[in-house]
Design a protein around this ligand. Structure first.
Ligand code: NAP
Length: 270
C-alpha cells in the first residue's frame, strides 16, 4: 500500500503529519506522493478538498482518509490523537471503501476556447461579476426558467453541508446520487420569476445554464475561483467518477450533521 500525506500549514497539522510519516515508515508502509493508493489528509475539510484536486487524476485507485486537527468534519473521520489506532486499522484493513458522488461541470465558450470539463467535490458556482446574471435554465433539454440574480450554485450531496447550506439548500445524505441547485439572491417580482427554492435533480438529469449576457463571469469550483470570458453555457451533472474513502472508520452522516450544526442543547422547559 502506497500512502501520501497532505497537511495544511498549521503547526499542529505539520506536527501530526511528521508523526504520521515516522510511524507509517516504522510500520513498513511506502510513502509515495506520486501514485498513492491511500491519501491521508491532516487538517480540516478544506485540506481534504485540496488533496482531492491534487489527486483527481487518480480517483479510481485512491482512497482518502481525513485526520482532523480541529473538530470532526464532513470529510474527516479521525482525530489527531488517534494516529496509532489509524495505523493499526491500516495494517489490519481489507481495502473496504465507501464512495460518494461528484459533480461534473462543462463550460462552453463563444470563441475558439475549447470546451472545458471540470470536477467538483463540494460545489460549482457561476456568478456575473459585473452586473445581474441573466440566464435560461434548462433541465435536460427543456427550458425550466429564466433566472435573474447574482448567480447559481450546484452542489454534491457531501457539498450540501458547505456553501449550499448557507444558501438555504437542503442537507442531502451522500448515499443519494443527486445534485442540488441553489439560487443566489434571485430577483423575483412581477417581471422576473424563477423557482426561488433549492432544486434537486435525479441521477439521469442534468442542468444547463445558458448565459444571456456577454459579460465577465466568475466560476467558483470548491476552493478555486477562475474568471471566465466569452462563457456562454455551463452544464452540471453527476460525474461518472466518485470519491472513495477508506471505510473502516466512517462516521454516520446524520451524526456528523448533528455534531456540526446542532450539538448538545439544553432545553430550559424540559
Ligand atoms: P474555507 O475557508 O477553506 O472553508 C470554509 C469552511 O467550510 C471551513 O470551515 C471548512 O471546514 C468548511 N467546509 C468545507 N467543505 C465542507 C463540507 N463539505 N461540509 C461542511 N463544511 C465544509 O473556504 P474556501 O477554501 O474558500 O472554500 C472551500 C469550501 O468552503 C467551498 O467549497 C464552500 O463550500 C465553502 N464556503 C462556504 C461559504 C459559505 O458558507 N458562505 C463561503 C465560502 C466557501 P474546515 O474548517 O474543516 O476546513
Amino acid at each position: 500500500m502506497k500512502i501520501a500525506i497532505v497537511a495544511n500549514h498549521a503547526k499542529k497539522s505539520q506536527d501530526v503529519a511528521k508523526e504520521l510519516k515516522e510511524k507509517l515508515a516504522l510500520a513498513g508502509f511506502d510513502l509515495d506522493c506520486q501514485v498513492p493508493s491511500v491519501v491521508i489528509t491532516v487538517g480540516g475539510d478544506g485540506t481534504l478538498l485540496s488533496a482531492f484536486h491534487q489527486y483527481s487524476h487518480l480517483l479510481e485507485r485512491v482512497r482518502f482518509i481525513g485526520v482532523h486537527t480541529g473538530h470532526l468534519g464532513f470529510y474527516t473521520d479521525w482525530r489527531d490523537y488517534e494516529i496509532d489506532l489509524l495505523i493499526k486499522s491500516l495494517t489490519e484493513e481489507k481495502r473496504q471503501r465507501v464512495s460518494y458522488p461528484l459533480l461534473e461541470v462543462t463550460l462552453e465558450y463563444s470563441d475558439e476556447q475549447p470546451t472545458k470539463t471540470l470536477i467538483a467535490l463540494n460545489e460549482a458556482t457561476i456568478r456575473n461579476i459585473e452586473r445581474t446574471m441573466v440566464a435560461d435554465v434548462y433541465i435536460k433539454d427543456e427550458c425550466f426558467e429564466k433566472y435573474r440574480g447574482d448567480g447559481l450554485s450546484v452542489s454534491t450531496p457531501t457539498g450540501s453541508t458547505a456553501y449550499s447550506k448557507s444558501l438555504g439548500g437542503a442537507v442531502i445524505n451522500p448515499k443519494l446520487k443527486a445534485i442540488q441547485m441553489n439560487e443566489i439572491a434571485s430577483i423575483n417580482n412581477l417581471v422576473y420569476r424563477s423557482l426561488g427554492s433549492p432544486l434537486i435533480i435525479a441521477q439521469d438529469e442534468w442542468i444547463r445554464i445558458d448565459l444571456k449576457r456577454e459579460d465577465h463571469y466568475q466560476l467558483h469550483l470548491d476552493h478555486f475561483v477562475e474568471s471566465q470570458v466569452n462563457l456562454v453555457s455551463v452544464t452540471f451533472k453527476l460525474s461518472k467518477k466518485e470519491i472513495h474513502f477508506a471505510s473502516y472508520r466512517h462516521t454516520q452522516f446524520w451524526r456528523r450533521v448533528n455534531d456540526a450544526f446542532i450539538g448538545k442543547i439544553e432545553y430550559k422547559d424540559e
